[in-house]
Design a protein around this ligand. Structure first.
Ligand code: 5GP
Ligand code: MG
Ligand code: MG
Length: 180
């Protein structure tokens, strides 16, 4: 285990099984395919890659980059679009793929922003959900795991751009972010 990690919350195996479950749920809702997965950079990159490989329908991907947290572990509540979609989503079946919903500020903003482009369907797939922390009125259609209010890293999630490469999701030791 990485020395900055206090505890493994979700193992590689647990994540793998959950990704398969989530992809099955999405396929069930869109059996004819032509689904666009929109990954939110950078935290959802690994999740989107695994999710799409377990979907045996026609699926494309696009990415958006937003900024709300900067380098710190606390939310500012401000959402800024750093990279918009490459493709038009009007009349398309679209699934936003996020790593984690915390206060919900980011997803609420993105949902409204994309909804305004008139997709046929707009769903949200989120791997992790910190329901206790929710402020914005937003709910994912496909949720991987509900987790406690702890700062987690791994499987795409970072602290100051590190730890995205961990194959599991772990709770960061407090001393790691306290000394910054
Ligand atoms: P929200 O707008 O829902 O408060 O924040 C969502 C974003 O904050 C996530 O996409 C993620 O980038 C970041 N975030 C929230 N909680 C955590 C956490 O426990 N670990 C990491 N690495 N990022 C988090
Ligand atoms: Mg994110
Ligand atoms: Mg981050």
């Amino acid at each position: 285990m990485n020395e900055a990690i206090r505890e493994i919350l979700l193992t590689e195996e647990e994540i793998k099984n959950k990704v398969r479950e989530l992809s099955n749920q999405i396929i069930k809702d869109f059996p004819d395919g032509d689904v666009i997965l929109i990954g939110i950079l950078k935290g959802s990159v690994i999740f989107v890659a695994d999710l799409m490989r377990s979907m045996n329908i026609n699926v494309t991907m696009d990415f958006m980059a937003v900024s709300s947290y900067g380098m710190s572990s606390n939310t500012s509540g401000i959402v800024r679009i750093l990279k918009d979609l490459d493709f038009d989503i009007e009349d398309k079946d679209v699934v936003i793929v996020e790593d984690i919903i915390d206060t919900g500020t980011t997803l609420k903003y993105l949902y409204e922003y994309l909804k305004a482009r008139n997709p046929r369907n707009l769903k949200i797939c989120c791997l992790l959900d910190k329901a206790d922390r929710r402020k914005a009125d937003i709910k994912a259609d496909y949720i991987g795991f509900s987790i406690p209010d702890e700062f987690v890293v791994g499987y795409g999630l970072d602290y100051a751009e590190k730890f995205r490469n961990l194959p599991y999701i772990g709770i960061l030791k407090e001393e790691v972010y306290k000394k910054d």
